[in-house]
Design a protein around this ligand. Structure first.
Ligand SMILES: NC(=O)c1ccc[n+]([C@@H]2O[C@H](COP(=O)([O-])OP(=O)(O)OC[C@H]3O[C@@H](n4cnc5c(N)ncnc54)[C@H](O)[C@@H]3O)[C@@H](O)[C@H]2O)c1
Length: 255
C-alpha cells in the first residue's frame, strides 16, 4: 500500500472530493484526521472507518483552529506526514452583482487564506518533527483561466498555485514537498450548483468527453502525490482536468 504508516490531514473531508480522498487514503494504509466544519458530520464519516480515521471540526479560515487541528493529528496519531488543504467554496455570481463587503472575503477566506493557514501550520509542524512531508493543495483549472460567474473563485485558485510554488521553495530545505492538483469539473455538490442554474447539460457538453470527472479520480491523483513515488514532483500544480484548458466549446451538435 502506497500510504502505509503515513498520517494525513484532509480538510473539506465531508465534501465530494474530500470524502473520496479519505476513502482512498485509508485504502492505501494511511491514518487520517478528517476535517470539516460540522462536528457531527465529520464524526459520522470517521465512524464508518473505525480507528484509522478521526473526525475533527475545524474552520480553516481561523488560524488558531488550523493550528489546533495539526496538534490534534500529532497528539492522536503520533506524527504527521501529509496535509491535503482541500476545503473550498464558490457560488456562481456575476462580478457586477457582487456585494463588495462580503463576496470577495468569503471565498478567498476559505480557498486562499484557508490554504495559507494549512501550509503554515503543517509546514511548521513538519519542520519541528524533522521529517520529510508533503503539503498538497486543491486548486482548480479555473486558477489558470477566466470564466463567467466565478471571479473570486478563480482569483483564489490562482493564489493557491502561486502559494504552492513559493511554499515549495521555502520548505525544500526541510525536505517538505508542496504540490497542488487542479481538477476540472468534478461531479460534487459544488458543481451541482450549475444544475439549479439550468446549466448542467451546457457545461457537460463543454467537457471534451461529454462527461464530468468523478471525485474518486481526483482522489487517486492525490494518493499518488502523497506517496513516496511522487518524490520528484514539487512546487507544481498537476492538471487533472480531462483536457479542459486545451479545449474550446464543441462546435458541432451532439450526435
Ligand atoms: N467540484 C469541482 O468541479 C471542483 C473543480 C475544481 C476544484 N474543486 C475544489 O475541490 C475542493 C473540494 O470541493 P468539492 O467539489 O468536493 O466541494 P464540496 O462542496 O462537496 O466540498 C467542500 C467541503 O469543504 C467544506 N468547507 C467549506 N468551508 C470550510 C471551512 N471554512 N473550513 C473547513 N471546511 C470547509 C465544506 O463543508 C464541504 O464539505 C475545493 O477546494 C474546490 O474548490 C472542485
Amino acid at each position: 500500500m502506497k500510504l502505509e504508516n503515513k498520517v494525513v490531514i484532509v480538510t473539506g473531508a465531508v465534501g465530494g472530493i474530500g470524502g473520496e480522498i479519505v476513502k482512498r487514503f485509508v485504502a492505501e494504509g494511511a491514518r487520517v484526521l478528517a476535517v470539516d466544519l460540522d462536528q457531527a458530520k465529520v464524526e459520522a464519516l470517521a465512524d464508518t472507518y473505525g480507528e484509522q480515521v478521526l473526525g475533527v471540526a475545524t474552520d480553516v479560515t481561523e488560524y488558531a483552529q488550523v493550528e489546533a487541528m495539526v496538534e490534534k493529528a500529532v497528539d492522536h496519531f503520533g506524527t504527521l506526514d501529509v496535509i491535503v488543504n482541500n476545503a473550498g467554496i464558490g457560488t456562481p455570481k456575476m462580478l457586477l452583482d457582487h456585494d463588495p463587503v462580503d463576496d470577495f472575503d468569503i471565498v478567498t477566506g476559505v480557498n486562499q487564506k484557508g490554504v495559507y493557514h494549512g501550509i503554515l501550520a503543517a509546514g511548521r509542524k513538519l519542520r519541528d518533527l524533522g521529517k520529510p512531508g508533503a503539503i498538497l493543495n486543491t486548486s482548480s483549472v479555473y486558477g489558470q483561466m477566466a470564466s463567467e460567474m466565478t471571479f473570486t473563485y478563480n482569483v483564489s485558485k490562482a493564489a493557491v498555485d502561486m502559494m504552492t510554488k513559493c511554499a515549495a521553495l521555502e520548505l525544500a530545505p526541510h525536505n517538505i514537498r508542496v504540490c497542488a492538483v487542479a481538477p476540472g469539473r468534478v461531479d460534487t455538490p459544488l458543481l451541482r450548483q450549475y444544475e439549479a442554474l439550468g446549466l448542467w447539460d451546457h457545461i457537460r457538453r463543454e467537457q471534451m468527453r461529454s462527461t464530468f470527472t468523478q471525485p474518486a479520480e481526483i482522489a487517486a491523483v492525490f494518493a499518488f502525490l502523497a506517496s513516496d513515488d511522487a518524490n520528484c514532483i514539487n512546487g507544481t500544480t498537476v492538471c487533472a482536468e480531462d483536457g479542459f484548458v486545451n479545449f474550446k466549446y464543441p462546435l458541432l451538435p451532439e450526435e
